[in-house]
Design a protein around this ligand. Structure first.
Ligand SMILES: C[S@@+](CC[C@H](N)C(=O)[O-])C[C@H]1O[C@@H](n2cnc3c(N)ncnc32)[C@H](O)[C@@H]1O
Length: 398
């Protein structure tokens, strides 16, 4: 954890609680970054941090970014030093009514400061006398700035607490998280712009609307987005849709919504009583895992979806009613060797050309049998299982 303050009671309190906490102050551009002054203060410039890529779990700054003229560069730096899954948490002066950030002062190319509004100085913990110039008061575009800096999730929280006597006014705290489960590693830059995928999963209105209706799923947002896109592709093919491994109905609801106007039925298979017997030599799961569900509760959570059919019980024992159908999409999320192999044997000959078999758990250490089954089954087939960094694997029928 890194906090951009070191002379404050907050730093001292947190340092007692988190012994590996690193604190710093900004001691100026003449002091080497990352160096420690005779007084024991570490110098860090938020626009050029001394930390390596992906080395921190948490970055904390409280009322600092308003004093950094190029705050967007600082946000990119915070993103760079955070490990996948890491969080930036901060406060800044914020105008809830303003879409745009209000720029009060800028640094000109010759290094001088030009004031666009009367100068405003805030307390400086290092130089008590002079104070720190406030360059900007933030508006809602800060959320976009955070996304552009690379953060997959950016949020502002309002809080109150009777116990801590935070009772009045708009008390805001911002959090921004670096995506955890997409292929990690350092993010290269070109011309100062981060070479990272645009988080389209956050920007697709229909996908986001559907995700709001899902109360619980084991499948993370990126995998849901991949599945949603495959569903959009399958919608223009002949053939029905099936999901094997429904559990509490999360991805089932995603599929039902994605196909709601396609005329296709989404056929849903699960014991709805937990995992069947597993193979201890191949699987990490045990019989009875995921038993905290029921057919009735899943039916309730899919109420209003008119395009679903339920097949409770052990698959492939429950498959005969759909044996005569062709499929455009099979979402196989059963986690264990025998079940994945049974799904391959049943669905592969029933997939239409261009139809997709999506194996949700292929790349997960918790489901080693899933990968073994897919690799074994497709060894002598023309199709190649394509592994996606989300952890899924897709086979497109030729
Ligand atoms: C990981 S969960 C599915 C997660 C779900 N797709 C979601 O959105 O959260 C795996 C499910 O596969 C089911 N399952 C595994 N093998 C099965 C089989 N042979 N027949 C029926 N259900 C099976 C389990 O009962 C369990 O509910």
């Amino acid at each position: 954890m890194f906090i951009a303050e070191q002379t404050t009671p907050l730093y001292s309190t947190l340092a007692r609680r988190f012994p590996r906490l690193i604190g710093s102050e900004y001691l100026g551009s003449d002091v080497p970054r990352g160096s420690v002054s005779p007084a024991g203060l570490r110098n860090e410039d938020l626009t050029a941090l001394s930390f390596g890529d992906g080395t921190l779990d948490c970055v904390l700054t409280f009322d600092v970014f308003e004093h950094v003229p190029d705050y967007r560069k600082a946000l990119r730096e915070c993103f760079r030093v955070l490990a996948p899954g890491g969080t930036l948490m901060f406060t800044v002066p914020f105008d809830l009514a303003s879409e745009r950030t209000i720029v009060r002062a800028v640094v000109q190319p010759d290094g001088t400061t030009r004031h666009l509004l009367p100068p405003e100085y805030h307390g400086d913990p290092v130089n008590a006398g002079s104070g720190c110039l406030c360059y900007q008061v933030f508006g809602w575009e800060l959320i976009t700035d955070l996304r552009n800096a690379g953060f997959s999730e950016a949020a502002v929280h309002m809080y109150w607490s009777r116990d801590y006597a935070y009772l009045g006014g708009d008390q805001l705290i911002f959090t921004a998280t670096r995506q955890a489960n997409i292929a990690g590693g350092a993010v290269p830059q070109s011309e100062g712009i981060l070479m990272r995928p645009i988080p389209l999963w956050d920007r697709d209105p229909r996908f986001n609307e559907i995700m709001k209706s899902i109360t619980y799923t084991l499948v993370d947002r990126i995998r849901c987005y991949m599945l949603y896109q495959f569903a959009m592709q399958a919608a223009s093919l002949e053939g029905e849709v099936a999901e094997i491994g429904v559990y509490r109905g999360g991805t089932a609801r995603l599929l039902a919504s994605a196909f709601d106007s396609s005329g296709k039925t989404v056929h849903l298979f699960d014991t709805f009583e937990g995992m069947p017997s597993t193979d201890p030599d191949r699987d990490a799961h045990h019989k009875g895992d995921f038993s905290d569900t029921s057919l009735e509760s899943v039916q309730r959570s899919l109420e209003g979806c008119g395009n679903v059919a339920f097949y409770p019980g052990f698959f492939p024992g429950t498959a005969p009613p759909i044996a005569g159908l062709k499929f455009s999409l099979a979402h196989i999320d059963v986690d264990i060797y025998r079940s994945v192999l049974d799904c391959c044997e049943f669905f592969y000959p029933r997939m239409v050309a261009g139809g997709m078999m999506v194996f949700d758990d292929y790349g997960f250490e918790s489901c080693p049998g899933a990968k073994t089954a897919v690799d074994e089954f497709f060894r002598d087939k023309r199709e190649r299982p394509c592994y996606i960094p989300s952890g899924q694997c897709i086979v497109i029928k030729l």
